[in-house]
Unconditional design. Structure first.
Length: 650
């Protein structure tokens, strides 16, 4: 076969695969198709109605009893107003959490009382629910103060004449829509104004604004900005609201078509390898919310969207969460993600079952929970109703961790390797390339983390606590978002810069039986004044032995070079060419590790990072007040040099 013919066939196949992925949701059905397939609102029963007591008797009693106990404790809850001064804190001090504490608590109590009333059907939570609904409907803004537009026009308060939809306005609409669906007839016995108010507020605050004006989180076909978790997360609540509230079947189908197009803007720009650039901490709100949309669509159409589960990109998006798991408690936390393994509980089992992935089902069964957390915001309320009726199946399912030995996500440019597949024992590393314009970006090209026996050794600090500064043009004034507080070099006194133009090149991953190797050139992550022609970093895991970091530099000038290494343990310079990190195992027993380097090339120092600001509270939540930065400073920098750091047990 001619080479040109082979190239044509390869191109045709790749384009065909790409075409199958693009517009996966909106490209299947016309509005007319949707109108025929959507079950009319008056006939739609996605979950048992209140009077279907036979079905509700099958709900998991551990979960329902926990909801009832929490609701009982709040039956006299004094539904607070949300004072203007709490909203103003976002511009006065940068604090977003005082506002959110009041707002979130109201929604937690409301959602839990809905479940409690459904569970026991005694009517004792109806009046408290009416008070809660009325209180929330009287709020000026259903969203978070931190999500208000910046500038003097708003100055920390909502313009009620110009409604728009943020993440938590969507969440609120979803909770109220389910209240109407499950308990509307009970509300009507008290007053018809309750449901009328719910529907009016949802329409004015959510459905009409989303139907009539573009929101930035929606993304576009032109791709001017890649949508993040807001897109599917808000869509899941938008879809909930329109399916449950809108009485006009034609408009209902038109809105569903609009939602499908919006979701495609999210999915079209997602990498084929399924990698979540926001980190595993956002997987549940990004891919997880996309799955929530598909689940709702299937419930509303007699499974007309089952075909989505066969799509390989969709399946890869699901698998991402176990591909980046480190151990029972930890996951790879690049970008704004905490280091904890989270998000794969009961709904993860449903995902695995839908895509027929036994690994996902086994993992989710391992983390199965019937516990009720009063701190949970109830941001994905639909999942709760599914959970109530699946506990027995999940409880009986096989369970266990997956922990692949090697993972390579070539689009996201993230590599994962461990000493032994299926085990958290021994060395583990993850490293990344990519670019510095990813969602929830940190300037961290070439960054890596090292764990041993499933516990952190060299770390990515992860997310700060979000404040008014976090998502503004002052973002990179926050220290732990900058490259000199990641495991990356500072070159000629210059750190990495933010933006799509700052990226890795020549990123590769090679795996063998005895080793795994990740390599890339990080020169493109630095601006011109760093004077970097190339900086080739190679990270090699020699299984059961050590981890090697090899940097080969080629600079136009060599004034200074510093390699930074971050840890959450005490560390000391303990000899020529070595730093000892006083790692502790799961039992708290000290197991020192050595960082070995050429003492003729580097001098070493260790500094403890002071955690002093509101933003630093996020660091404390993950690591305590334990962050150390190890700085290896080149003694006599050269324009061309090779640096080697070995990490091994002492």
């Amino acid at each position: 076969m001619k080479r040109s013919t082979i190239m044509f066939i390869t191109l045709f196949l790749s384009l065909n695969i790409f075409a199958q992925t693009q517009n996966l949701l909106s490209g299947k059905y016309t509005v007319e198709d949707l109108q025929r397939r959507l079950i009319p609102r008056s006939e739609w029963t996605p979950f048992p109605r209140l009077d279907d007591r036979e079905s509700w008797a099958k709900a998991d009693t551990a979960m329902t009893n926990a909801c009832i106990r929490f609701a009982e404790a709040h039956i006299d809850y004094d539904w607070p107003t949300v004072p203007a001064t709490l909203s103003l804190l976002i511009v006065r001090t940068g604090n977003r959490h005082e506002y959110q504490k009041v707002s979130y608590k109201k929604r937690i109590v409301l959602a839990t009382m809905i479940e409690a009333e459904l569970s026991e059907n005694k009517g004792r939570f109806i009046d408290p629910l009416i008070n809660g609904i009325w209180s929330i409907c009287e709020e000026s803004w259903w969203g978070a103060a931190a999500h208000l537009p910046r500038g003097k026009e708003y100055s920390g308060l909502m313009d009620v004449t110009n409604p728009f939809v943020d993440l938590y306005a969507g969440v609120t609409a979803g909770i109220l829509a389910w209240a109407d669906y499950f308990l509307g007839e009970k509300f009507d016995e008290v007053s018809p104004q309750i449901r009328k108010r719910i529907r009016h507020e949802i329409d004015c605050r959510i459905l009409t604004p989303l139907r009539t004006k573009h929101h930035g989180w929606m993304g576009t076909e032109e791709g001017d900005g890649t949508p993040n978790n807001w897109n599917p997360w808000i869509c899941s609540n938008w879809l909930t609201a329109v399916l449950l509230i809108d009485n006009d079947d034609t408009r209902r189908a038109q809105t569903v078509a609009q939602i499908l197009k919006t979701l495609d803007a999210f999915m079209n720009h997602y990498p084929e390898d399924g990698g979540c650039s926001e980190g595993p901490g956002y997987w549940g709100g990004a891919f997880g919310a996309l799955y929530d949309n598909i689940l709702l669509l299937n419930l509303a159409t007699d499974n007309a969207f089952d075909y989505v589960y066969e799509n390989e990109k969709f399946r890869n998006m699901a698998r991402f969460i176990y591909r980046v798991q480190i151990s029972e408690n930890y996951a790879v936390n690049f970008a704004d993600a905490p280091p904890w393994m989270a998000g794969v509980t009961n709904f993860g089992y449903r995902i695995g079952k839908s895509i027929q992935d036994e690994n996902m089902m086994r993992l989710a069964a391992y983390y199965r929970s019937s516990a009720f957390s009063p701190d949970f915001v109830r941001s994905h309320f639909t999942r709760d109703f599914c959970d109530l009726f699946m506990q027995d199946e999940i409880r009986k399912a096989p369970q266990g961790l997956v922990l692949p030995q090697d993972v390579w996500l070539p689009d996201l440019e993230v590599a994962v390797a461990r000493d032994k597949g299926g085990s958290s024992n021994g060395f583990f590393f993850a490293a990344k390339g990519g670019n510095n314009a990813e969602s929830h970006n940190h300037n961290d090209i070439g960054n890596f983390i090292v764990y041993y026996d499933g516990r952190p050794l060299l770390i990515d600090i992860g997310s700060p606590r979000y404040t008014a500064m976090t998502f503004t043009d002052r973002r990179y004034e926050i220290w732990n978002l900058c490259s000199d507080y990641h495991n990356t070099p500072t070159i000629n006194g210059v750190t990495q810069k933010a933006g799509k133009d700052f990226h890795a090149s020549d990123t590769r991953f090679r795996k063998k039986d005895t080793s795994s190797e990740f390599s890339l050139d990080i020169a493109g992550a630095y601006p011109e004044d760093a004077a970097v022609k190339s900086w080739k970093r190679t990270i090699t895991l020699n299984r059961g032995k050590n981890l090697l970091i090899r940097d080969v530099s080629d600079l136009r000038k060599a004034e200074s070079v510093t390699l930074h290494l971050m840890t959450c343990y005490p560390a000391e310079v303990t000899g020529k060419g070595e730093v000892t990190v006083f790692y502790k195992d799961a039992e708290g027993k000290e197991q020192p590790f050595l960082l070995k380097f050429n003492s003729n090339q580097f001098s070493a120092e260790v500094e403890k990072i002071k955690l002093e600001t509101l933003s630093d509270e996020g660091v404390r939540d993950s690591w305590g007040d334990n962050i150390r930065r190890i700085n290896l400073k080149a003694i006599t920098p050269k324009t061309k040099d090779t640096y080697l750091v070995e990490i091994k047990k002492k």
